[in-house]
Design a protein around this ligand. Structure first.
Ligand code: C5P
Length: 211
């Protein structure tokens, strides 16, 4: 069988990395993992069990035997769960457990697209191609606001912007695996791009740089 192809996509919330990642996985016939859903699933299991979010040993145990069905539970998509996920994502033992799941996923044929915050830097440092997808906080907040509004959320755009900025701060400033581009990542700023144009740019990067 041919060599496994791994595409690592990192970037902040609502940068478009998930949509682009899914489209790329489909185009190249690869599996796709939204790694944020793992952090959200751990947070959901903790909240349901009424375990305090700063209990690292409980979070580690939950991450170790994670119920992967929770990654498709609609409840993980709420802003409450986004915030809870960012809280438990700062716990090194949780990250270590989830790294095992993510690496196993990335090692299967024919290869995979993983999107998250530390894929190119920590989870798959040897990925074939790394993309760092970003956009201004205001544009990301507008996108997330429209999604949440369509889902019936009462949050204002200003509240969503405050949430996005708070999460960026947590994700970039945490001590373990902070959000940052890998040195060999290709930057893709989607601020002024439609999703189709952003996808086209990502394909161009891959076609130019894959071996
Ligand atoms: O990508 P998503 O918004 O679903 O991620 C939720 C939270 O999970 C992020 O704000 C981040 O704190 C955490 N996360 C992470 N590392 C990843 C993916 C997500 O720390 N690879």
């Amino acid at each position: 069988m041919s060599k496994i192809f791994v595409l690592a996509i990192d970037g902040p919330a609502a940068s478009g990395k998930g949509t682009i990642g899914r489209m790329l996985a489909e185009k190249y016939g690869l599996d796709y993992l939204d790694t944020g859903s793992l952090y959200r699933a751990v947070a959901l299991q903790m909240l349901r069990a009424q375990v305090p979010l700063d209990s690292e040993s409980s979070a580690e145990a939950i991450a170790k035997s994670l119920d992967l069905d929770l990654t498709s539970d609609p409840e993980i998509r709420s802003s409450r769960l986004a915030e809870a996920a960012a809280t438990i994502a700062a716990l090194p033992k949780v990250r270590a457990q989830l790294k095992v799941i993510q690496r196993q996923f990335a090692q299967r044929h024919p290869g995979a697209v993983l999107d998250g915050r530390d894929i190119g830097t920590v989870v798959c440092p040897d990925a074939d191609i790394k993309l760092y997808v970003t956009a201004s906080p205001e544009i990301r907040a507008k996108r997330r606001f429209l999604e949440l509004q369509a889902a019936g959320s009462p949050l204002s755009e200003a509240e969503v912007l405050a949430d996005v900025m708070a999460r960026d701060k947590r994700d970039t400033e945490r001590a373990t695996s902070p959000l940052k581009p890998a040195e060999d990542a290709h930057l893709l700023d989607t601020s002024n791009l439609s999703i189709e144009t952003a996808f086209g740019s990502a394909v161009d990067i891959i076609e130019t740089h894959r071996g």
